[in-house]
Design a protein around this ligand. Sequence first.
Ligand SMILES: Nc1ncnc2c1ncn2[C@@H]1O[C@H](COP(=O)(O)OP(=O)(O)OP(=O)(O)O)[C@@H](O)[C@H]1O
Length: 306
Amino acid sequence: MVDNKQCPVSDFEISGIELEASLPNQYASIAEPCSEDCDTKFTIEEDCSSCKPEQYCCIEINNICINFGKAKIIEDVSLKIYRNAVTAIIGPSGCGKSSFLCGINKLTDLFPNCQVNGSVKFEWDHSIYTQKASLLRRHVGMLFQKPNPFPFSIRKNLEFPLREHGISDPYEISVKVEKALSDVGLWDEVKDRVDESALSLSGGQQQRLCLARALILEPSVLLMDEPCSALDPMATKKIEGLIQELSKKMTVILVTHNLSQAKRVADHVALFWKTDNIGRLIEYGSVDDFFGQPKHELTKTYLEFG
Ligand SMILES: Nc1ncnc2c1ncn2[C@@H]1O[C@H](COP(=O)(O)OP(=O)(O)OP(=O)(O)O)[C@@H](O)[C@H]1O
């Protein structure tokens, strides 16, 4: 059993120590302090109060490679995703951004010809590849490019994930439904029509309903794949506001083609690029460094299009 830990930013794997799967906010093992100034020790139940939450590593991705059949889609991507921060994934079409996102929550399992190698570790467990997909998705919500409400009522769209995860008490369900709709600013717009078809909502409302559906199980991580690409500027502004609000309490990974959006909402930015026909991570850094002092020539070139 491990008694003392240092700050949880860099690495929560210590070889030779058997770690039990733990809940979010409990840490396994730590190799480095969070900053040069911080050498705080803490027990497994505690966070380091000297560190800023955004310095905690929530997901550690090491050498992930994704193939569809014989085609290599992304190769050797390693990066740390920080907790309660927005990480934007940008890059030209076809460089593997969506595939990368799907690799994080095992949606890649749904494609029989897809093979994923490498490791993806969440702060609450060793590796997603040892977790059941249903358990993983309890903690990791996802929002897609096009709104995809089920062809049911607004209420049933939100009840569905709750019932799937064993929540059947009508009072608890109605409280959660109202809260999820309120969290995405939709409650006042739809409270008199929750039993109408979700398909009767506008595109922007449908996307917010899908966001409410992704949030209703209170995930720790939210994956968003170009969530505003089908929306008008006003609906986009609402979603961007929600992303910033949500990132105070959850970790957000946002795939976007919109460089201005990445600059507006992200704390960290990663540029993917296809070289030798394979998607790779080119540059990753804080939003200020990425846009203010890009290091890689491809980043400089790409930012000229922004
Ligand atoms: N199910 C699949 N089967 C085979 N190849 C696929 C599959 N899904 C994606 N690909 C291929 O993987 C590559 C990367 O696609 P992906 O959608 O991940 O890129 P992207 O960067 O998100 O693109 P975009 O910005 O256009 O959405 C593409 O060449 C695509 O054809």
